[in-house]
Design a protein around this ligand. Structure first.
Ligand code: FE2
Length: 378
């Protein structure tokens, strides 16, 4: 039953959202609360501080996972645990210590390291959860999406939007690891998940340099006249590192030449987009890539919704609210909702970022606050 509160232990007067006029504990009041409890009723005045806080106060922690720790554990699981039907994937999820032991990086986002050994195959399936892969090192795996084989290489960002069949196969004698990002917690919480098994083997073992979808869609500034309708999710299966790297390098080069190109001094950034809408790549997930020059510090920024970063290369320090972490290649960290993030680059620092922002923009619940360079807010 709800904890009884009398006037002696009401919240301090400087807590503006707590009830201040609680009655004394009497047998009648106790009886009322017992009746609430028996009927599965909870009075708002006991819960409002948690239900309607003055600003977002996430249960998720701004936690860091080191690649140098999680990669050997994934490799060990490759020795001990087979991949195949049922378990489906040798994927090990980041479980935010604030989220009750669930395999959730944030309240809405799943992030996992997936490991596929030499010549192994992860069977085909499809689900309504949106998914992507980001490759921090290695190559030699092809992800087959609706029968289209897509090569996975270092620095590539690869999409598997919801309800597309997909499996993976390693065509080499070396293992490969990458990260998976999905909207599993969001879909689970909203009871909207569907899942279907496909073949135990991938539908093709072809290993082309470029997938069919890339041959159709990946030509800068052009789209095929055979596909002019807007699509909810991007038809591009792989955003290749060579393009991301060049886009960021050119922003910094233009800045050096005195032209506006970067988001702030020494900070180049791109957002991966859906070429049929100009919007985010998938309906629930935003993905970006940031490059911060050595010696630069980014301005503090906080947003509604949560994000996960992976350091692609370089070293630096990230400040997340009151917490500071030194980070290096492969490290992953969480930015909970309304937590201010600032990045200090020691070397040139490349950061991959994904977030749940499209959900909140669609619902008009999005909000962003950026520190002014003088230390105030803008
Ligand atoms: Fe999947």
């Amino acid at each position: 039953m709800p904890k009884l509160v009398d006037q002696a232990d009401t919240a301090p007067a400087d807590t503006p959202y707590a009830a201040h006029n609680q009655p004394k504990d009497t047998p009648e009041l106790r009886s009322l609360y017992d009746a609430f409890d028996a009927e599965h009723l909870i009075p708002l005045w006991k819960e409002i501080g948690d239900l309607m806080p003055m600003e977002p106060s996430s249960r998720a922690h701004p936690h860091l996972w080191r690649w140098s720790t999680i990669h050997p554990l994934a490799a060990k699981s490759g020795d001990l645990v087979p991949v195949g039907r049922g378990g489906e994937r040798r994927a090990i999820a980041l479980a935010n210590p604030g989220l009750g032991g669930r395999p959730y990086a944030t309240p809405t986002l799943w992030a996992a390291i997936q490991y596929l050994g030499p010549r192994e195959t992860a069977p085909e399936h499809r689900h309504t959860q949106n998914a992507f892969r980001f490759v921090v090192e290695g190559e030699g795996v092809w992800t087959v999406v609706n029968g289209d084989p897509v090569a996975m290489r270092r620095g590539d960002f690869l999409l598997t939007p919801g309800w597309n069949f997909h499996g993976h196969h390693n065509d080499t004698d070396s293992p490969m690891a990458w990260i998976d990002g999905l909207d599993i917690p969001f879909v689970h919480y909203t009871d909207t998940a569907f899942f279907e098994f496909g073949p135990d083997e991938v539908s093709t073992r072809e290993t082309p340099e470029r997938s069919r979808a890339e041959r159709l869609w990946c030509h800068p500034g052009m789209r095929p006249l055979s596909a002019l309708e807007p699509m909810h999710n991007s038809p591009i299966p792989a955003y290749r590192w060579e393009h991301t790297d060049r886009a960021l390098s050119e922003q910094l080069a233009l800045e050096d030449e005195g032209y506006p190109a970067t988001v702030e001094p020494g900070h180049a950034a791109v957002r991966y987009t859906n070429p049929t809408t100009g919007g985010d790549v998938m309906s629930t997930i935003r993905a970006e890539f940031h490059r911060v020059r050595a010696g630069q510090q980014t301005v503090g920024r906080r947003e509604v919704g949560s994000a996960v970063f992976q350091v692609f290369s370089g070293e630096g320090t990230v400040t997340l609210g009151d917490a500071q972490h030194r980070v290096g290649t492969g490290d992953l960290f969480v930015v909970p909702s309304w937590t201010t993030l600032s990045v200090q680059a020691e070397t040139d620092l490349d950061l991959f970022r994904f977030a749940d922002t499209p959900i909140f923009e669609r619902l008009h619940q999005d909000r962003v606050e950026v520190d002014a360079p003088d230390g105030g807010l803008s």
